[in-house]
Design a protein around this ligand. Structure first.
Ligand SMILES: [Zn+2]
Length: 243
């Protein structure tokens, strides 16, 4: 049966405990999870802030490091870039923001095995970007994820750089919001639904319950018209467009 609906849950911020748990849940359905991690996330002095206030959705929770990300990648999961240092790039000068993206590319290519920006996803911090930032990120990466006016994107038909829009929900648990948004998508004609999730249970901004995630995947794998895929895989598997 033709797959008309693609569902991507894109887990951000690199919480060690949640990410291993998420990986286990996906593996129990023979699925690949989609993780987005911060190049500097594991460093002792990493303190992302919003308007000078420490980011309460990230700072209190233990993050993994590249040995964790390499291990999860080896298990078949997709691990992609969620910035160099989790700055909201729309709040700093454009030239500085471009350098921040460059540093992200360098750090991931140095530390994450098999990572090449050309084949990978860049996930903006706070899903905050603008046309210039999108264009710059798209000159380096295959897929760029940022805020969408809708969480539903057209299903790409060729392997070329694409910006995808997503929705997220927080700071409280996102199960109910996700459920409602997903059901609207499942009742539609189709497309590529991208939802930006974070940790599980009590970890991170707008967490999803592990129980809910398990039941959700159990339900989705039974639907013949639905595919559950990590973001990069949706585009990587496509043929390069003919010139
Ligand atoms: Zn984030």
């Amino acid at each position: 049966m033709k797959k008309t609906h693609i569902v991507t849950l894109s887990f951000d911020d690199g919480f060690r405990k949640s990410f291993y748990k998420t990986a286990e849940i996906y593996e129990s359905f023979k699925l690949r999870a989609c993780f987005s991690v911060i190049a500097q996330g594991h460093l002792e002095n990493f303190r992302p802030s919003i308007n000078g206030v420490p980011d309460a959705g990230i700072v209190p929770f233990p993050k993994g490091d590249f040995s964790d990300w390499n291990a999860l990648k080896k298990r078949g999961h997709e691990v992609m870039a969620h910035t160099y240092d989790h700055k909201n790039l729309t709040t700093i000068p454009l030239e500085e923001a471009k350098k921040d993206i460059d540093r992200c590319v360098e750090e991931f290519e140095r530390n994450l095995r098999g990572f090449s920006a050309r084949d990978s996803v860049y996930n903006f911090a706070y899903n905050a970007s603008n046309a210039e930032l999108d264009a710059y990120a798209l000159s380096k990466f295959l897929v760029v994820r940022s805020q969408g006016s809708t969480p539903v994107n057209p299903i790409p038909t060729g392997r070329k750089p694409v910006r995808i829009g997503c929705w997220s929900h927080g700071p409280e648990n996102c199960d109910a919001f996700f459920e409602e948004t997903l059901n609207q998508f499942l009742a539609s004609a189709g497309g590529w639904f991208v939802f930006n999730t974070h940790g599980l249970d009590a970890e991170g901004w707008g967490p999803m319950s592990s129980r809910y995630l398990q039941d959700l995947l159990a339900r989705l794998v039974k639907l013949n018209h639905v595919e559950v895929l990590p973001a990069g895989a949706v585009v990587q598997r496509l043929p390069k467009p003919a010139r």
